[in-house]
Design a binder for this molecule. Structure first.
Ligand code: FDP
Length: 322
């Protein structure tokens, strides 16, 4: 099995980006260890704080965020970072070539039940001549990402990453401490009979999504003429991993639960990196009105509607909005 650095060189990834990726992965190895220790390390439960988005921070969220922040800002490769757990972007090295957005631990509600969680990251080149302090560094579309990935802290610790030459799977080999390539150019099957959505929000969805899901549930007695299965891990990182592994449709649609906040997932460190991975694996990553990676970001914590996965099923879903 190939080690990470030669696999990246094979994809012609520049050396400075390889160095940054290795820096990110160093942090994930420590997070993987801490997650596996859980109660033993006294890291279960919540802090007394909320992040800027009003979500209660778990102790592991905070630890993972500090680890990432420190390692990235000390690396010299990074002009600025933005994180789910930071109110604003944080300046790094003025000479840093990259900006990094990350969700240090996605799926926080799974922490306490010893279930799937992961780290998501997205890398852009810094805008030449723009100050590290300037939050406009992050106003770049997803289609400008030079790398995106996630690390899943499951029964094995897996890295799923793209630098624009396909989406590849790696596994952390604890015997030598590095990530090994286990599957190159993963492909999301075009068709699927599996979908992932939080069904408890059904009454709050817009009519097109209500109609689409009703037709999936009707199965072979409805217009789709086939039965569908539903899966919901409740951590985007886990649900997208299943879609990349065996296909499926994942959606977090617009809803009217909180009228001031119609969308749940965040563009910069959830939707964009997952879109890059899904598209590089032959899937589609859309909102009901267009491609996620073509959205012009206006805020580091911007939220967005997400419909992604097997290409033909995403098209089928979008046809209900026409
Ligand atoms: P979490 O809040 O547990 O961190 O955006 C984060 C996220 O998890 C996603 O990973 C997940 O898909 C979604 O929220 C689940 O939210 P709901 O339980 O509110 O549907």
């Amino acid at each position: 099995m190939q080690r990470l650095a030669p696999a990246l060189r094979q994809d012609n990834v520049p050396l400075d980006l390889i160095s940054l990726i290795k820096t990110i992965l160093a942090a994930t190895k420590e997070i993987s260890f801490r997650v596996s220790q859980a109660h033993l390390g006294g890291l279960m439960g919540s802090t007394l704080d909320e992040n800027i988005q009003g979500e209660v921070q778990k102790k592991l969220d905070v630890v993972a965020n500090e680890l990432f922040k420190d390692i990235l800002l000390e690396s010299g490769f990074v002009r600025a970072i933005s994180s789910e757990e930071e109110d604003t972007s944080v300046a790094g090295d003025e000479k840093g070539k990259f900006v990094v957005s990350f969700d240090p631990l996605d799926g926080s509600s799974n922490i306490d039940i010893n279930s799937l969680i992961g780290t998501i990251f997205s890398i852009h080149e810094a805008i030449p001549g723009m100050d590290a302090e300037d939050p406009a560094q992050f106003q770049q579309q997803g289609n400008k990402q030079v790398c995106a990935g996630y690390v899943l802290y499951g029964p094995s610790t897996m890295l799923v990453m793209t630098t624009g030459s396909g989406t590849h799977f790696y596994v952390l080999d604890r015997t030598h401490g590095g990530y090994l390539l286990v599957e190159r150019n993963v492909q999301v099957p075009k068709d699927t009979q599996e979908f992932a959505i939080n069904m408890s929000n059904q009454r709050f969805w817009q009519q097109p999504m209500q109609n689409y899901i009703n037709d999936l549930i009707a199965g072979d007695t409805g217009p789709r003429g086939k039965n569908f299965n539903m899966r919901w891990i409740a951590a985007m990182v886990g649900d997208i991993h299943r879609v990349l592994t065996r296909g499926g449709l994942f959606t977090y649609p617009a809803d009217s639960k909180k009228p001031e906040q119609p969308y749940k997932l965040r563009l910069m460190y959830e939707a964009n990196p997952m879109s890059f991975l899904i598209e590089q694996a032959g899937g589609l990553a859309m909102t009901s009105t267009g491609r996620i990676m073509d959205i012009d970001p206006n805020d580091i914590h911007q939220r967005v509607e997400v419909i992604m996965g097997s290409a033909n099923e995403v098209e089928a879903c979008l046809s209900y909005y026409k």
